[in-house]
Design a binder for this molecule. Structure first.
Ligand code: DAH
Length: 347
C-alpha cells in the first residue's frame, strides 16, 4: 500500500470519529470544512494523486473512491442523527399553555370545616379534639341523656363488645354519635373559662339516603365562664352565620329539646339561595336549620365536676354536610362520599 493510501485511510478514520461525536449543525459544518473543504484534508491528499507512479494509480484511485464513499456515508449518518434530534426539539411548542399537575385538593367537607374553624378561631375559640371511638359515659351519660333515650339503643348506635358488656354500661365503647362528648372531655380536663370548638366525624346507624349517612361531620362549640347568657349564644351564631353565609344573613331561634342544654334551641339562618323569600332550597320557608344549641344544663356541669351555681355557658352543634350542601348547592349527600373525581374536582 502506498503512503498516500495510508494517509487516506488514516484521514477517513479521523473523520469517522469526529462525525460520530458531532452533536449539532455547527460541529457537522466544522467537520465538512476540516475534511472536505477547499483547504480540507481530503482535497489536500487528492492533489497528491498526480504524483503517484502510473502503475500504482488504479489501486490508489480505488482506495480513494472507497474512502469518499465511506466518508459520504459517515456524513449522511451524522447529518440524519442531528436532524432527528432537531425535529424532536421542534415538537416542543413553548407557546402552548402549560400542562398543570393535578395535585389534588381539599374535599368540600374539609373546606367547610376549615372555614368554620377559622371563623370561630377569630372569635377566640380554640380547637379541641376527641376520639371517634368513645365510651358510653362521655357520649350519653355525662351529657344527661336518659337511659331510655331511643338514640342509645344498638339499633341506632354502633356498639363494640356487646357480648361482654351491656349497652347501658358507661364503659362500653361506641362510635360517637355526636361531637358533644368532646365538650365533656374539655370540661373534665380544665376549669372555666373554656372556649372550644371540636370539628369531627360522627356515626349513626342510619340507612344512607340523600340527607343521611352512617357517618357524617359536626362542629361542636362550648363556651363556659361566669354570667354567660343566651344573648351571647345568639350573637356568636349570628356572627358565624354572617361570615359563613354572607353579610346579610339573619338567624332565628326556635325552642327545642336537648338533654344537655336548658333551655335548648334550634338555630335557623335565612336561606342563602333566596335571601329569605322562600325557594326550593329552603322548601319555601326562607330559613335553613344550621345548628342545635342551648345553655349548658347544670346537670352536665355537675357530671364533669363544675359548680353548677357558678358556671354558666352555652353549647352548639352543627352538621357540616348540611352546610356544605347548602353552600355548594349539592342535593344528595351521597355525592360527597362516592369519591367520583369528576364531582370532587369542582370545588
Ligand atoms: N349533639 C346534637 C346532635 O347531634 C347537636 C347539639 C345540639 C350540640 C345542642 C350541642 C347543643 O352542643 O347544645 O344533634
Amino acid at each position: 500500500m502506498t503512503a498516500l493510501e495510508n494517509d487516506l485511510l488514516a484521514t477517513l478514520q479521523q473523520a469517522q470519529e469526529a462525525l460520530a461525536k458531532a452533536s449539532g449543525e455547527n460541529e457537522l459544518e466544522e467537520c465538512r470544512a476540516k475534511f472536505l473543504g477547499r483547504k480540507g484534508a481530503i482535497p489536500a491528499l487528492m492533489s497528491q494523486l498526480g504524483a503517484v507512479p502510473k502503475e500504482d494509480k488504479p489501486a490508489v484511485g480505488k482506495t480513494l473512491n472507497a474512502v469518499k464513499q465511506q466518508l459520504q456515508a459517515a456524513f449522511d449518518e451524522a447529518s440524519n442523527r442531528i436532524k432527528e434530534k432537531k425535529e424532536d426539539l421542534s415538537a416542543l411548542d413553548v407557546s402552548l399553555p402549560a400542562r398543570h399537575n393535578r395535585i389534588g385538593h381539599k374535599h368540600p367537607i374539609s373546606l367547610v370545616m376549615d372555614s368554620a374553624v377559622a371563623i370561630f378561631r377569630r372569635m377566640g375559640f380554640i380547637v379541641a379534639d376527641g376520639p371517634d371511638l368513645e365510651n358510653v359515659w362521655n357520649n350519653f351519660d355525662a351529657l344527661n341523656a336518659p337511659q331510655d333515650h331511643p338514640s342509645r339503643t344498638p339499633e341506632d348506635t354502633f356498639y363494640f363488645d356487646l357480648d361482654k358488656r351491656h349497652w347501658l354500661d358507661p364503659e362500653t365503647m361506641i362510635l360517637r354519635t355526636q361531637t358533644s362528648p368532646v365538650q365533656v372531655r374539655a370540661m373534665m380536663a380544665q376549669k372555666p373559662p373554656i372556649r372550644v370548638v371540636c370539628p369531627g366525624r360522627c356515626y349513626r346507624r342510619d340507612t344512607p339516603d340523600a340527607t343521611h349517612g352512617m357517618s357524617f361531620h359536626q362542629i361542636e362549640g362550648l363556651y363556659v365562664d361566669e354570667n354567660v347568657s343566651l344573648a351571647d349564644l345568639k350573637g356568636t351564631l349570628a356572627a358565624f352565620s354572617r361570615e359563613m353565609f354572607g353579610e346579610r344573613t339573619k338567624i332565628r331561634f326556635r325552642p327545642h329539646f336537648f338533654p344537655f342544654t336548658e333551655p335548648s334551641v334550634e338555630c335557623d339562618a335565612s336561606c342563602i339561595a333566596c335571601g329569605g323569600v322562600g325557594c326550593r332550597v329552603c322548601k319555601g320557608s326562607g330559613w335553613l336549620e344550621i345548628a342545635g344549641a342551648g345553655m349548658v344544663n347544670p346537670a352536665v356541669f355537675t357530671n364533669v365536676g363544675y359548680d353548677p351555681e357558678k358556671a354558666s355557658g352555652f353549647a352548639f352543634g352543627m352538621g357540616l354536610e348540611r352546610i356544605a350542601m347548602t353552600r355548594y348547592a349539592i342535593n344528595d349527600l351521597r355525592l360527597l362520599y362516592d369519591n367520583d373525581v369528576r364531582f370532587l374536582h369542582q370545588f
